[in-house]
Design a protein around this ligand. Structure first.
Ligand code: MN
Length: 224
């Protein structure tokens, strides 16, 4: 028996080319209002978790409703794509490591996550499933303007469900890169989901999600 190497997940780059995706790091509770809606009044700093790159949907724009859950939630997020790696990166030097930006959905099996929290178990099965991390085309950093204070929004079937501003992040993208690189060496190809604003909620089959961050091309996903 011979086993083929795993397929390298790729994302399209605006203007041409493909971005090879390594790991997908995610920031939890990076918007204070979302932390409060999740029942967290601790004012503790944000923290990290990871999704494997196999969470990128195999068919862009179509997300099969995952098994083992009856409460799958949307979380619209600004995604940072790294072009340079490093450890112990200084905040002032961090944005030099950014290749580009995209719009992502940190899809979450909220019922499994809630059960894990209650039982003090890892979140993984709440956050990791096939198609759990849809990401838009990547816009090179030089062409992505205004993301310091951009509207971040999610609509379902045209109705606004999540709305916020990227300036409301507790940790900015530069601070996230610096903090994460204290824990682990970052690599070119890594993605970072930077957290979601308030308004998370359930999706059902047939929903059409449109996720937008500022002037980045929007991400459209149908739940099938
Ligand atoms: Mn999230």
């Amino acid at each position: 028996m011979s086993i083929e190497p795993p397929i390298q997940p790729l994302l399209p780059i605006l203007g041409g080319g493909r971005f090879p995706v390594g790991r997908i790091f995610c920031v939890a509770r990076n918007y204070a209002e979302h932390a409060r809606e999740m029942g967290d009044v601790s004012a503790e700093p944000p923290f990290f978790f990871i999704k494997p790159s196999t969470c990128l949907p195999t068919v862009p724009g179509r997300l099969p409703y995952p098994p083992m859950s009856e409460d799958v939630h949307h979380e619209v997020e600004l995604v940072v794509a790294l072009g340079l790696g490093g450890a112990d990166i200084a905040p002032a030097d961090a944005l030099r490591h950014v290749f580009g930006y995209a719009v992502g959905l940190d899809m979450t099996r909220r019922d499994l996550q809630a059960e894990a929290k209650e039982k003090r178990r890892p979140w993984d099965m709440g956050k990791v499933f096939d198609g759990a991390a849809p990401v838009s085309v990547i816009v090179p950093a030089a062409e992505a303007e205004g993301l310091d204070d951009a509207e971040i929004q999610l609509t379902i079937d045209g109705e606004v469900r999540q709305q916020g501003r990227t300036s409301d992040m507790i940790w900015s993208p530069a601070e996230i890169i610096a903090e994460l690189s204290r824990y682990i060496r970052l690599n070119p190809g890594d993605l970072i989901f930077t957290g979601t604003p308030a308004g998370v909620g359930p999706v059902v089959r047939g929903n059409r999600l449109e996720a937008r961050v500022g002037l980045l091309p929007s991400l459209e996903v149908e739940i099938v």
